[in-house]
Design a protein around this ligand. Sequence first.
Ligand SMILES: *[C@@H]1O[C@H](CO)[C@@H](O)[C@H](O)[C@H]1NC(C)=O
Length: 314
Amino acid sequence: MTASLTTGILPLFLLLGSHVAQVSAWGSVGHQAVGYVAMPFLAPNALSFVRSTLGSQYSQSLGPAAPWADTIRSDDSYDWASNLHFVDAEDSPPSSCSVVQSRDCADGRCILTAIANYTSRVVDTSLSATQTQEALKFLDHFIGDIHQPLHVEAEALGGNEIDVTCSGTSTNLHSVRYTRIIAKLVDDDYGNSVTTWANSLADRIQSGDFADDASSWIECSSTTDPARRKRSVKDDVVGFLHPRAITPLECPLEWAQDANKLDCSFVFTYDQFDDLCTSSYYDDAVPLIEMQIAKAGYRLAAWLNVLFDGDTEL
Ligand SMILES: *[C@@H]1O[C@H](CO)[C@@H](O)[C@H](O)[C@H]1NC(C)=O
């Protein structure tokens, strides 16, 4: 792993060797928002599956269930799941960004394979109720994580090793982007209520500034077909679950590539002297974060709708 930030290099304490456990992800609030955004878009069967599978423990909602996969990170019996939260793209932001499944997920244990795995498991009726609930909670969480630029990036351990300042406090880039900025945003603009934030994002998908683009969020172009034919979330899921499965799950790969592009266009382009939570970095980050959370929630709903209702129903 090499440092390749081109400008404003901060002291980077790059660890050699294997990836250490990353913490915090979107943070609990960001993950809950993804789940809450998905809820109003669920089709009838998907909604009743979600309600009965999650039960009262999670208020029958993808919102409260979404952070679970981070909470088990301190539990040794779930160590096997720690690498499933990300794909370590071996690119070099900000000059070059890419996610290549064969290069970056060579051992078959990354967020791309995990989404495939839990997509099959969530509809596998031979599994126990506990296993089915875990499959749903992992999908709820990983479809959130794959929309985070730093979860689709090996550089400096996904930003955990880059020291920055947020509102005068020293922290690291991963934590700033996914926890501190969201905390400030929800506090300043949404009365410190994650459901108010999520409802606003869902409204903007239905009839606001995201409405024009939302249908393109649930399409993807084939990454293996030379003609890059349009594929939908439905083609992807149905093609994957069908016995003659084609390349597993191209839409999540495209979502990862989409988020990874933000590493080159924004995330790794800050000025080392700015306070990332009070400078223009914050103002520029907010719309990107809101867009990524909205996309994740909408795509999560589309995914579950295809699985349980046979179509995206959106
Ligand atoms: C698939 O799910 C099972 C059950 O949670 C887990 O043991 C296995 O490690 C998972 N594999 C991947 C690649 O996600």
